[in-house]
Write a protein that binds this ligand. Sequence first.
Ligand SMILES: NC(=O)c1ccc[n+]([C@@H]2O[C@H](COP(=O)([O-])OP(=O)(O)OC[C@H]3O[C@@H](n4cnc5c(N)ncnc54)[C@H](O)[C@@H]3O)[C@@H](O)[C@H]2O)c1
Ligand SMILES: [Zn+2]
Length: 337
Amino acid sequence: MEITVRTRERTYPITIARGALKRAAELIGPCEGGAFILTDSGVPRCWVDELSAQFPRASVHVFNASERAKNIGTYTEVLEHMAACPIRRSGTLIALGGGVVGDLGGFAAATYMRGIRYVGIPTTLLAQIDSSIGGKTAVNLGGIKNIVGAFHQPSMVIIDPDTLSTLPKRQLANGLAEAIKTAMIGDAALFAAFEDGTWKNDIQGVITACLQYKRSIVEQDEDEQGIRRILNFGHTFGHAFESASGGEYLHGECVAMGMVAILENDEIRRRLEKVLCAVGLPVSCAYEPRRIMELVSADKKASADGVTIVRVDEIGRGELRTVSYGELERILTRRAG
Ligand SMILES: NC(=O)c1ccc[n+]([C@@H]2O[C@H](COP(=O)([O-])OP(=O)(O)OC[C@H]3O[C@@H](n4cnc5c(N)ncnc54)[C@H](O)[C@@H]3O)[C@@H](O)[C@H]2O)c1
Ligand SMILES: [Zn+2]
């Protein structure tokens, strides 16, 4: 299966196929200015070996797996290694791993020699359905997530669902939260597959459906000025829960709780909770609403007048709406009493 993404910067293919990692060199083609493989220590050796064996002259750089490593220090280290190789302007950076490797590698590729070719090979479900497309790259700074970054479109994305065979169950559920989000805002048939459990027989179908939806949104609004904000469903409170939890909850888990918290339609909320519970995602947490509201207003996407949220009054159809902080607080606390 191949999806073509058309952006201002370039048009690129996403290959989604079992066993695609084995064909990576054939798909990527010659890397004239040198190939640099970036990965982290959490990516199982078998996937790194499978890729690096196809690029015998490539440099392989492995950094310590953690969200905390997505920082300027690791970024500088990567650039230093690339310069030492040397990787030339016509070289290729291949990022093999989850969203951390993708965001850091994408930012290194965006900035090294003012931008070199970037190939993403996402290996977590979250990265395969979400962070691998859209062109956003970033690192964290001073405890603030994704505060330094750039838009840099990949030249190609290779998704091999077989790499998910080694992914821990919690990480799989983390990615499923974003898939369920996609179903809620844009794909009623996908939501039905989650409700009846048939999604389990077709993970490749789930990945494809999510990418097709995200592609259609990103192509309409590359710079996140309008419709792309629909992808933030569940993220208004989700990001605040994530900050409040200090790492206890994963991003997808916070999005799951964030979707439940922002939904005003009781019937839809009950159906969503059932789907989330079935895949092992949390549906509520016990943070102090005042603290959550403080974190919402400190978010980089917030403005003085209020916040743009996503409303879902019908499964498969999200709508943007700007609400005041007072209204948002009412939504957050309405079921507490
Ligand atoms: N650029 C974007 O548009 C965008 C969108 C969403 C999220 N993100 C970013 O993505 C990051 C989160 O990504 P993530 O959830 O993939 O986390 P992650 O990259 O931290 O990966 C989770 C863990 O799984 C390991 N891993 C990777 N592949 C594996 C495999 N096949 N088998 C076993 N273990 C494997 C990793 O080494 C890591 O330890 C965050 O930094 C977030 O900001 C970016
Ligand atoms: Zn997200």
